[in-house]
Structures are given as C-alpha cells and as structure tokens.
Design a protein around this ligand. Sequence first.
Ligand SMILES: [Zn+2]
Ligand SMILES: [Zn+2]
Length: 118
Amino acid sequence: MGTICSAECKCGYKTKELFLGGGRMNFLTKCNFPYFCKKCNELFIGNTYDKKIICSECNSEDVIAYNKKEMVSPFDTNIEIRSETISFPNKLKLTNQEYFCPKCHKYQLKFSFIGMCD
Ligand SMILES: [Zn+2]
Ligand SMILES: [Zn+2]
C-alpha cells in the first residue's frame, strides 16, 4: 500500500500530493520517499530501492533523503510530541517533526498524511 501525503511550510511553500511507498504490485521494487536536491533546492520523490537516486528535476546526484538527521529540526527536542506519521519498509519514516524546507531553508516544513493508495 502506498501513502499519499503532502508537505507544507510556514513560508508558503507547499508540495503537490506526494505518492510515497509502493503499490501492491511493485512493493518489492518500489518504495517512494521524499528527497531534497541540494543543487536545485527542490523536494522530489525518489525510489529508495534504486541504487542511485537522482533528482527528477535536474538529474543531480547531490540529494539527501528526508529521513536523515540533518533534515529534521535540530531545535526540536520535545521528543514526547513526536509521533510516527507515516512509516515505510526499511525503517524509513516521516514524523510530525519539523523538516528542512527546500525553499526558505528553515526547519519548518511539515508532512501531513492525506490517504492511502494502491
Ligand atoms: Zn535537482
Ligand atoms: Zn519554507
């Protein structure tokens, strides 16, 4: 089952619907996850099962997954309020913490769950 979510920042940046995870037919080969491209400052969706993740916008390999520590707010020390919002295979997950915004470069991007898809 895949997950539909979106991300929104206080600066006004908002993603379109992001289709994450994999479908019923391709869950062994496909697990979509949000990545940040350092070159073009875009959030894009990559397949974590790919050997090499490249930016869908500019083909750069200088990308970082949104489960990396540096993508989560270092100021968010209130562990109690963290909850796992969306989980994936391979221990990937997104939580309700504040993440690095690709546009304003502040830690105020939030992922929200919209629904499930096949
Ligand atoms: Zn890029
Ligand atoms: Zn922002």
